[in-house]
Design a protein around this ligand. Structure first.
Ligand code: UDP
Ligand code: MG
Length: 310
């Protein structure tokens, strides 16, 4: 039987201290899999440390190690996109360079793929390696996103996954520049199998996603896959109009019956500030979408490659 080819894609951003660990852990796992050949696509996402030099050194020793050097930091979503674009395997696995997701699962993923799965997801059953705040906000995000957007994205599933060539080709058809990969993966569909695992702590280096970066990421997710946040203002507007009409009628009748007593500074002040803020929020929401349309219409490339090695 002809061996099948696996492409392993790993985005690296300032992971210099973890490069040796990465190859030390990955190599035996790949060698243990029966009847397979592979390439390891390492995308250097504009690291400012020695990540690139270290990756190039590995690529010189081993032709299965391909390195893509970005011209600057384009973000993890762009790095994964580049990896998918150059990958040639019949199966593709994306894994974080810090190996927080267990490479041992790769063997099982391949098994599921050989049994007919087109997508094999890794699901974290225990997120104790993330901070309490990150866990809580992540769970809010999934709940809100899945209420608003279609298709739903599975909870606690990261980018660690196997995809067959058909799935990767489908993903490459999606032209958007602003890439919320979790949503795009869900959007293309395909036969999916989920494997549970426990996520380890980061071995070296530190997380690149915290606070505001995660907030922007969540906003990207909502606005890329749902128009509810922008359409909801129509209904809020109607609701406020109805309330105002009822209140207006009440004032009118009260004036007819009891005459015009003390003028209502308080209610006017409230109405002006409340409506004012509602309008500004809705314009802001509009702006989120217009901004995204603006970015998309420029048709800029998702990433720029300075050089490829191997
Ligand atoms: N990463 C990247 N570009 C970035 C930020 C992160 O390629 O701008 C990579 C990073 O090197 C790692 C993966 O994305 O391989 C996940 O990052 P991290 O471990 O910081 O995220 P966390 O595991 O904390 O969610
Ligand atoms: Mg990590």
């Amino acid at each position: 039987m002809r061996p099948s080819k696996l492409s392993l894609i790993a985005p690296f951003y300032n992971e210099g201290s973890g490069v040796d660990y990465f190859f030390e852990k990955i190599s035996p796992v790949l060698h243990d899999i029966q009847n397979i050949e592979w390439e390891i696509v390492c995308v250097d996402d504009g690291s400012s440390d020695d990540t690139l030099e270290r990756l190039i050194a590995y690529s010189q020793k081993d032709t299965s190690v391909k390195v893509i050097e970005f011209s600057r930091n384009f973000g993890k979503e762009a790095a994964m996109t580049a990896g998918l674009d150059v990958s040639t395997g019949e199966a593709v696995i994306i894994i974080d360079a810090d190996l927080q997701d267990p490479p041992e699962l790769i063997q099982q993923m391949i098994q599921e793929w050989r049994n007919g799965a087109e997508v094999v997801l890794g699901r974290r059953i225990d997120r104790s390696s993330d901070s309490a705040a990150k866990r809580l906000t992540a769970s809010w995000f999934y709940k809100a996103h899945n209420k608003l957007a279609k298709p739903k994205i599975p909870e606690n599933v990261g980018d660690f996954r196997l995809m067959s060539r058909e799935v990767v080709d489908a993903l490459k058809e999606l032209p958007e520049r602003q890439r919320f990969m979790k949503g795009l993966y869900a959007w293309v569909g395909f036969k999916t199998v989920t494997l549970d695992y426990v996520r380890a702590n980061r071995n070296v280096g530190e997380t690149k996603f915290s606070g505001f970066a995660l907030w922007n990421f969540a906003l990207e997710g909502f606005t890329s896959f749902s128009t509810t946040p922008i359409r909801v203002w129509t209904y809020i507007g109607f609701a406020i109009a109805v309330i105002s009409l009822v209140y207006g009628a009440f004032i009118f009748l009260r004036t007819l019956m009891y005459g015009n007593h003390i003028p209502g500074y308080a209610s006017i002040f409230f109405a002006v500030t409340f409506l004012g803020s509602i309008q500004i929020i809705s314009i802001g929401m509009l702006g989120e979408y217009v901004g995204r349309i603006y970015m998309e219409t420029k048709h800029r490339p998702i990433y720029i490659i300075r050089k490829k090695y191997n």
